[in-house]
Design a protein around this ligand. Structure first.
Ligand SMILES: Nc1ncnc2c1ncn2[C@@H]1O[C@H](COP(=O)(O)OP(=O)(O)OP(=O)(O)O)[C@@H](O)[C@H]1O
Ligand code: SF4
Ligand SMILES: [Mg+2]
Length: 343
């Protein structure tokens, strides 16, 4: 089988084929090889005049206990990807695609079944800006109980809360506090603890360090690292490559609704193949240590009017005539890259 797949369709077929093989390993009772598998996911927001293709054909696999960083500029679809996996899209819908967690479907089941078996129990999310959305009129304790009630938790609630607080290194006394009595870092720990209440295998953390000062950012990152050491998978969504590099085994670079490069942290950061990844790295001092940052000129295309061809075309220093056609998705050592330069 060739390593180069000339069309997205071929990559899709191959990736799906590989997924089913992994499923077969699972059903034969041997190893658990895949934690999260996303296939050709498409999420649209529709208004009267436009369709915003926020996630437009996203595929990747994440191994057992591994973490993935989703990186890209504002508006490229990072949060939409996370929200689709937890089935919390508001004002839009999943148009097509599949997603599996440990072989169980996240999308192809009823809301009721997802709620009973998966949401918060297997997969949870620290929503973007959640620490600022804690209800000011309820104590932390009341908000923890509300989460347990919402997810119909039938176990020992006190123990679940105690364990979740211990996991984020918060004292039990915080339960009596109201949000305004907590620092930003403590509020973020509270929302992370809420996501941990039902013992999920995968936590999606959407910009968990944004708007926190540098020292608190470092504390939150070391907390996420600890959770990962404990066996939990993290999908860390961030616009900051430096933050993502601290925790991720795998990295997905998103641009205008698509993943343009996917691979291990080492491969993507030490040998970036896609011109957009290269530009992002040049604009990130903590990774390469450049004295001067190279800014990326221009803006991504509108997701309500994207046509055929590479979406990075207008900003790419290496653009060629053939880039007006959809780029091939080419397999790399640890993932893939979508670019005509790899043909
Ligand atoms: N509810 C919505 N209705 C319509 N369009 C939406 C909605 N939510 C997001 N979008 C659009 O979908 C696209 C992707 O948005 P998304 O929030 O997923 O991006 P993001 O990468 O998370 O951005 P940021 O880094 O700013 O958080 C954007 O063009 C955004 O304007
Ligand atoms: S496909 Fe062409 S325009 Fe797109 S990133 Fe590759 S070289 Fe640049
Ligand atoms: Mg977002």
């Amino acid at each position: 089988m060739s390593d180069v797949y000339r069309t997205r369709e071929l990559y899709r077929f191959n990736a799906t084929d590989q997924f089913y093989k992994r499923q077969m390993y699972l059903s034969s009772g041997s190893m658990l090889l895949v934690t999260l598998s996303v296939r050709d996911l498409r999420v649209h927001y529709k208004s009267k005049d436009a369709v915003v293709r926020a996630v437009d054909g996203v595929s990747f696999d994440l191994g057992n206990g591994k973490s993935v960083g989703i990186v890209g500029e504002s508006g490229c679809g990072k949060s939409t990807l996370g929200l689709a996996l937890i089935r919390a899209i508001q004002g839009g819908s999943v148009e097509s695609g599949e997603a599996f967690l440990d072989g169980k479907p996240l999308l192809g089941i009823s809301d009721d079944e997802f709620s009973k078996t998966m949401r918060w129990k297997k997969i949870s999310m620290v929503f973007q800006g959640a620490m600022n959305s804690l209800d000011p009129v309820f104590s932390v304790k009341a908000q923890f109980y509300e989460v347990l009630k919402e997810h119909k938790y039938a176990g020992d609630a006190q123990k679940a809360i105690k364990d979740a607080l211990a996991a984020v290194s918060l004292p039990l006394s915080v339960l009596d506090n109201f949000p305004h009595e907590l620092s930003g870092g403590m509020k973020q720990r509270v929302v992370i603890a809420m996501a941990l209440l039902l013992g999920p295998e995968l936590v999606i953390a959407d910009e968990p360090t944004t708007a926190l000062d540098v020292l608190v950012q470092a504390q939150i990152m070391s907390l996420l690292k600890e959770l990962k050491k404990g066996g939990m998978s993290v999908m860390l969504i961030s616009h900051d490559l430096g933050i993502v590099s601290e925790i991720s085994d795998m990295v997905a670079i998103m641009y205008a609704g698509k993943i343009v490069e996917f691979g291990t942290l080492r491969d993507v950061y030490s040998n970036p193949r896609h011109p957009y990844t290269q530009a992002l790295l040049k604009a990130t001092p903590r990774i390469r240590g450049e004295k001067e940052l190279a800014s990326l000129k221009g803006t991504p295309p509108s997701l309500s009017s994207v046509g055929p061809g590479c979406r990075f075309y207008d900003r790419c220093p290496k653009a060629m005539e053939k880039c007006r056609n959809d780029p091939p998705v080419v397999r790399t050592e640890s993932g893939y890259v979508a670019c005509w330069l790899e043909e």
